[in-house]
Design a protein around this ligand. Structure first.
Ligand SMILES: [Fe+2]
Length: 202
C-alpha cells in the first residue's frame, strides 16, 4: 500500500502570538518607553536602523519602570512555549538568558536586513502598531535557504514571510533569520520591545 510522508526538513519556525499582552500593558509600556525617549539619547551603536529611538540593551533590568516586569514575563513565557513546540521536549534548556531593548519609530524610519548575531532566538513585541496599508510597518523575514530561492518551484515557493503587526502581537524567530522592516508614512508611531534569548543545554 502506498504511504506518503512529507518531511519538512530544515523548516524555519516563526512563532506568532496574538494578544500576548493586554491593551493595558500596551498603554503602560508605551508610556514607559516614551518617557525613556524624553530623558535619553538614542543608543545607535551597531543598529541596522535608519531613524527612530532605541534604548540600551538593559530594558528588562529596569524593573522599577511601569510595565517592565510584566513585559519580561510575557517574553519569557513565549520563549519557553516556542522551545516546547519546536523541540517537543518537556525538559527545558538549562540556560535561558533574555536581554531586551525597546524602540520608537516614526514616518520613514526603517531597518535594513540584519540578523541578531550571537543570540539563539529573537523576538519583537508590538505595543503600538496602528493599522497601515501593507507593506507599511511590516516585518519581512527572508528565506535562509539561498539555493531554494534560486531554483525550487520557482513562482510557487515564497522567498520571504511577512508579518503584518497589530498591537499585542509577539513574534519569535531564530536569531539567524535575516529580517527587515518597511517604513510607514503617516503621522503615527510604532513602539516595540525587542529581545534576544541566549539558550543552551549543559
Ligand atoms: Fe531585528
Amino acid at each position: 500500500m502506498a504511504a506518503d510522508t512529507l518531511l519538512q526538513a530544515f523548516a524555519t519556525p516563526i512563532f506568532l502570538r496574538k494578544n500576548a499582552g493586554t491593551p493595558e500593558l500596551n498603554a503602560t509600556i508605551a508610556a514607559t518607553i516614551r518617557g525613556l525617549e524624553a530623558r535619553h539619547e538614542s543608543d545607535d551603536a551597531h543598529r541596522a536602523h535608519q531613524g527612530g529611538f532605541y534604548t540600551k540593551g538593559d530594558f528588562f533590568e529596569k524593573q522599577d519602570l511601569p510595565g517592565v516586569t510584566e513585559m519580561r514575563a510575557v517574553a519569557a513565557k513565549a520563549v519557553v512555549d516556542y522551545i516546547r513546540q519546536v523541540t517537543g521536549r518537556k525538559d527545558m534548556p538549562s540556560r535561558i538568558q533574555i536581554i531586551s531593548w525597546s524602540a520608537i519609530t516614526r514616518a520613514r524610519d526603517y531597518q535594513t536586513p540584519h540578523v541578531h548575531a550571537g543570540a539563539t532566538l529573537s523576538g519583537v513585541y508590538y505595543a503600538v502598531a496602528p493599522p497601515r496599508p501593507e507593506p507599511q510597518g511590516c516585518i519581512d523575514f527572508l528565506t535562509p535557504l539561498d539555493l531554494k530561492e534560486m531554483t525550487f518551484l520557482k513562482g510557487d515557493s515564497n522567498t520571504y514571510c511577512r508579518v503584518v503587526p497589530e498591537a499585542g502581537d509577539l513574534v519569535l524567530f531564530p536569531a539567524y533569520l535575516k529580517h527587515y522592516t518597511h517604513p510607514f508614512f503617516d503621522d503615527g508611531d510604532r513602539i516595540v520591545v525587542v529581545f534576544n534569548a541566549h539558550i543552551s543545554r549543559d
